[in-house]
Design a binder for this molecule. Structure first.
Ligand SMILES: [Zn+2]
Ligand SMILES: [Zn+2]
Length: 353
């Protein structure tokens, strides 16, 4: 279970394979972006901040890198811990208890018809809608599922943590959304979202793990079927994880350029590793963004004379090929675009550009 400091919690999450990013002290929202990242029209795609170890763009900056995590939370021991659900392969069922009158009958369990004769007066929150959904499907109420990690929230809600299998990628939703929802007052945290780590404390209370399993169980089949039915399936072609040889590759490229600089090697390792990891967990758009950002960063190192353009291009091409073997031409276009943008912005570690 997570330890009793934020740093210990963050490291524990990373140990589970869950990338983490900081949250505002005492809040459940990410920290503000840097000034450059707040300019209108700026998007996470191609942004150099995450690769430069800045925490801009919330869960986009989430990392498993224990050095970075240690630095972030040693310097800022009061920052909360967010977990990026998509790359962590987590699906969290977020049960809310917001005091609000129920919506129209067709919006309570989207896709399930509720006859006018059914009395819904007892229905007050997400605990009720989830219990009814489980009963409808002949299943036990997941809110009482002690085989998985359950976390009580300061507002009296409950987070049910589950692991997605390797063939399915799930999308986020809000229980109030007309576009996609499992049930009223039930949010889904998955790709494109984050979740507050257990033991995080806010002024209103603690995200408190309940009795039962301290780690997430596999997502039950019937809940997967319900997510599928309600449009939560994220189209994705899974790729086997490529071997972790990014560090060696980075070392080689930096040495080839005669610039045996440790920080440069580390930056290269990080961006190549991100491409590596991304082949397994991201959809097409996510992969494009990561590859573009990596090329931008390495373009900056080339412009500052830390590595040669050939070495950078070769390293990016290899990492991209390992992650997405079927799309070399597309990858080269992304690399060329990102690199040419980066070449205009020389990057020297530790110095702002
Ligand atoms: Zn930034
Ligand atoms: Zn940015």
């Amino acid at each position: 279970m997570p330890g009793n400091t934020r740093l210990a919690t963050a490291l524990w999450c990373a140990e589970q394979g869950w990338p983490v990013h900081p949250l505002l002290p005492g809040r459940k929202t990410p920290l503000a972006n840097c000034t450059a990242c707040r300019t209108p029209g700026h998007t996470p795609a191609g942004c150099p901040c995450p690769a430069a170890h800045r925490w801009c763009h919330g869960f986009h900056a989430a990392t498993l890198d224990t050095d970075r995590i240690t630095r972030w939370w040693t310097d800022n021991p009061h920052h909360g811990v967010g977990v990026a659900c998509g790359p962590a392969r987590l699906v969290v069922i977020d049960i809310d208890t917001h005091p609000a009158p129920p919506p129209a009958r067709d919006r309570i369990w989207p896709g399930i018809e509720i006859g006018d004769t059914v009395d819904l007066t007892g229905l007050t929150n997400g605990f009720d809608t989830l219990a009814v959904l489980a009963a409808l499907r002949g299943q036990d109420n997941p809110a009482h599922d002690t085989s998985t990690l359950r976390v009580r929230t300061p507002s009296g809600g409950l987070h049910l943590w589950y692991r997605a299998d390797t063939t399915h990628h799930w999308r986020c939703s809000s229980g109030n959304s007309p576009q996609r929802a499992l049930a009223w007052q039930i949010d889904i945290r998955a790709h494109g979202g984050y979740i507050v780590a257990p033991t995080t404390t806010t002024p209103t209370g603690t995200y408190q793990p309940l009795d039962g399993s301290p780690t997430p169980a596999p997502l039950p089949g019937w809940l997967a079927a319900e997510l599928e039915r309600t449009g939560h399936h994220h189209p994705h072609i899974p790729h086997p994880r490529s071997p972790r040889r990014a560090p060696a590759r980075a070392q080689q490229a930096v040495q080839a350029a005669g610039a045996g600089h440790q920080r440069i090697t580390r930056i290269m390792t990080t961006v190549l590793q991100e491409i590596n990891d991304c082949g397994r967990v991201h959809d097409g758009a996510g992969f494009t963004a990561v590859l573009n950002r990596a090329a931008y960063t390495l373009g900056g190192l080339v412009a500052a004379g830390h590595i040669t353009q050939d070495a950078a291009t070769q390293a990016l091409r290899e990492a991209a090929h390992a992650a997405r073997p079927g799309q070399d031409r597309r990858s080269m276009q992304i690399i060329a675009g990102g690199m040419s943008a980066g070449l205009a912005r020389p990057l020297t570690p530790g110095r702002r550009r």
